[in-house]
Design a protein around this ligand. Structure first.
Ligand code: SAM
Length: 399
């Protein structure tokens, strides 16, 4: 057989691709497309660990072995940089989060007659795959799936969709139920009994008229660098604890020996607090509830931290503001930080630690920074969303 049908890599959206550019869904590097179109599995094609794969929308690449998946994570980063003509000094080995470590998830629920279907939504459709097992969710989240079906049976209208959003916090699981109606005393008692029986940290109900707390025996927090921050229901949290630690470690060299740094797009202060002990930190973020939570906890902890409610797309820090800091950390949303990168390119800041959830917008912003005189010293590819096509990274730029 010729090598023309050999799958040589995985494309960004998860299809295997041959050297001559043919795409094959659900194939792995080393597989072959036979002349009749059948797929012959190679040594890196593995048995998917979950019985719901590939119908469930949670994972796209469970049929790919661990080494091939780590290469995919690295290649996504290297490919995005090469596509923009960006050279990185060092591409560090990819980190991939282990199975069953995802500490934050948004599931869909729908009632079909007496049964509540609960799971991730199937890729590209509104069909929900009823989850009986899950290889990515933290067991403390997964253990709630079956009991939630029972609870929600009388609280969701027939065929109307609801969302179950779960986060693992310092106090346990924080549960936000959206599109769920609990009318009357019995329904309210069922909710609090559920929260008590399952040791929830908090249960919040949003029936379409805004979130109402139903259960929160003690204030719910997440901790960064030993500082507990009040956690708004389903606020942003890095997807896994190990992923968060790897991203922080990857940009740590940027703030070493620096007296003052800024953390832009800071969320609840993940990097500001993890990296900021003993330093003066300015943290900026557009989410008002996140900024207020960070401000209050930093004040109580005695950290030297100023938290600013600021839209960094419309009002990025100017070169004069940036030049007050020895380093800048930034972690923008998927769109990247086009406006802030343009200001950084005109600044004199010696070092930038850029964390990104989108290799494409990172590479675009890298071009701006390099044109402004920075060099990309290192990048660390991170697969926090194991078995998915969602790839993250952290890079260090110096001038
Ligand atoms: C990928 S999250 C990172 C949050 C934080 N660094 C962390 O690791 O937990 C991106 C953050 O950017 C914030 N954000 C989105 N658009 C923004 C804007 N225009 N200006 C400032 N912050 C924004 C979001 O609210 C979110 O907290």
């Amino acid at each position: 057989m010729s090598d023309t049908g050999l799958i040589v890599r995985i494309a960004a959206k998860g299809d295997g691709v041959t050297a001559d550019g043919r795409h094959m869904p659900l194939s792995a590097p080393g597989d072959r497309i036979a002349e009749d179109g059948a797929l012959i599995h190679g040594p890196e094609h593995v048995e998917p660990p979950c019985r719901h794969f590939p119908e469930c929308g949670g994972c796209q690449l469970q049929h790919v072995g661990d080494d091939a998946y780590a290469r995919y994570v690295s290649d996504r980063v290297a490919g995005a940089l090469a596509g923009q003509g960006v050279a990185a000094g060092t591409v560090l080995p990819a980190h991939v989060s282990p199975p069953e470590t995802r500490r934050r998830a948004s599931l869909r629920a729908m009632r079909m007659g007496k049964h509540v279907v609960l799971g991730f939504a199937e890729e590209g459709s509104h069909r929900i795959v009823d989850m009986e097992m899950c290889c990515i969710l933290h067991p403390r989240l997964f253990v709630l799936v079956a009991p939630l079906r029972g609870l929600l049976g009388s609280m969701i209208a027939e065929r109307s969709a609801a969302h179950v959003r779960m986060s693992l916090t310092d106090q346990g699981v924080d549960l936000l139920l959206e599109g769920v109606t609990a009318e009357g005393l019995a329904a309210r008692e069922a909710l609090t009994e559920f929260a008590r029986a399952h040791g929830l940290a908090r249960l919040t109900l949003d029936d379409g008229y805004g979130p109402q707390a139903c259960w929160e025996p003690e204030p719910v927090t997440v901790s960064f660098g030993g500082v507990a921050v009040a956690f708004p229901p389903y606020a942003f949290l890095q997807a896994t604890a190990d992923g968060e630690a790897v991203l922080a470690d990857a940009v740590r060299p940027a703030v070493e020996g620096v007296a003052a740094f800024a953390d832009l797009f800071c969320g609840l202060g993940t990097f500001a607090l993890t990296l900021g002990a003993g330093k003066a930190v300015y943290a900026a973020e557009a989410g008002r509830d996140l900024v207020l939570a960070l401000k209050a906890s930093a004040g109580r902890s005695g950290r030297k931290l100023a938290a600013d409610h600021r839209d960094l797309f419309r009002r990025p820090l100017s070169p004069d503001e940036l030049n007050r800091f020895g380093a800048i950390i930034l972690d923008p949303p998927r769109a990247g930080a086009r406006e802030q990168a343009a200001q950084l390119a005109r600044s004199k800041v010696p070092v930038i630690g850029y964390i990104s959830c989108n290799p494409g917008s990172f590479a675009r912003d890298a071009v701006t920074l390099i044109e402004g005189g920075y060099r990309l010293e290192s990048v660390k590819p991170v697969g926090q969303f194991r078995w998915s096509t969602h790839v993250e990274l952290a890079g260090i730029f110096r001038r």
